[in-house]
Design a binder for this molecule. Structure first.
Ligand SMILES: NC(=O)c1ccc[n+]([C@@H]2O[C@H](COP(=O)([O-])OP(=O)(O)OC[C@H]3O[C@@H](n4cnc5c(N)ncnc54)[C@H](OP(=O)(O)O)[C@@H]3O)[C@@H](O)[C@H]2O)c1
Length: 239
């Protein structure tokens, strides 16, 4: 049966592919984007190809946009079955010894504060939904355990602002999963892998389709699936 999902940052990269794959499974997908023109055009192109994709304006740094998006979804669909917190950014690769306060603040504003606030603003819609899935798109770069392994291929990728914002996001996953477990929610962090997008860069080996796969898997699996995990395709990652 058709379900209702919201994907943030759905206008390009991994998010656009998550929107497409959920749409191809026959679900209604709200494509959240802060770029109105691009978001609307892409939603219309998906609609023209037969998918039920609807644009909704969401800026992670603008709480009002999130409340208005929730009101809009409530008036049109009445609920959400799943929220895929995909939107994210990286400002720079500055190291812990020198990164600016401004960069730290900007990065946390989107990747952490924004994601927490979008989730809070969508929670009543998710409580009304049947599936109760929340997927936080994180990264292996946010894993403290992986950074402790000198043989890890990304051991040398150390932008403090980005990595720590995703580590904070992972803690949000763990605590929200514990808090909402009794209500039947499944809240997980996922690592899409290193994917060729504007954020990942052209040299990345993975395609957006491959990057979207684990988020889509979490969104669509049965109601008995696990919660509070850090997942990637084929397994889990240590926090
Ligand atoms: N690519 C990788 O290798 C990789 C690896 C691990 C994790 N990730 C994660 O995967 C997610 C998607 O990244 P991507 O690779 O697909 O990057 P991308 O192509 O640059 O897409 C990022 C998306 O996030 C949106 N976004 C950024 N700031 C926003 C804000 N304040 N409000 C609303 N939307 C905002 C962007 O909107 P605009 O178009 O308006 O900028 C865009 O839609 C991110 O959370 C990223 O951290 C990516």
């Amino acid at each position: 049966m058709s379900k209702v999902f919201l994907v943030t940052g759905g206008n390009k990269g991994i998010g656009k592919e998550i929107v497409k794959q959920l749409g191809l499974h026959g679900h209604t997908v709200y494509l959240g984007a802060r770029n109105v023109e691009e978001g609307r055009n892409i939603a219309e192109a998906f609609e023209a190809s037969g998918l039920d994709v609807r644009f909704v304006y969401i800026d992670l740094t603008d709480v009002n946009s999130q409340k208005e998006a929730a009101d809009h979804i409530k008036s049109k669909s009445g609920l959400l079955d799943g929220l895929i917190n995909n939107a994210g950014m990286i400002n720079d690769f500055d190291l812990a010894s020198s990164v600016s306060l401004e960069s730290l603040r900007e990065t946390f504003e989107t990747n952490y504060f924004g994601t927490v606030m979008v989730t809070q603003n969508m929670l009543s819609l998710l409580r009304a939904g049947e599936r109760k899935v929340i997927v936080n798109v994180s990264t292996g770069l946010g894993s403290m355990a992986m950074h402790g392994d000198p043989s890890w291929p990304f051991h040398g990728t150390n932008p403090l602002a980005y990595n720590s914002s995703k580590a904070a996001l992972n803690m949000f996953t763990v605590l929200l999963a514990k808090e909402l477990r009794a209500e039947g929610f499944r809240v997980n962090s996922v690592s899409p892998g290193w994917i060729a997008t504007d954020l990942g860069g052209e040299q990345a080996p993975g395609t957006p389709e491959e990057g979207a796969a684990i988020a889509v898997e979490c969104a669509l699996e049965g109601n008995d699936s696990q919660t509070g995990l850090f997942r990637t395709t084929g397994g889990t990652i240590p926090w």
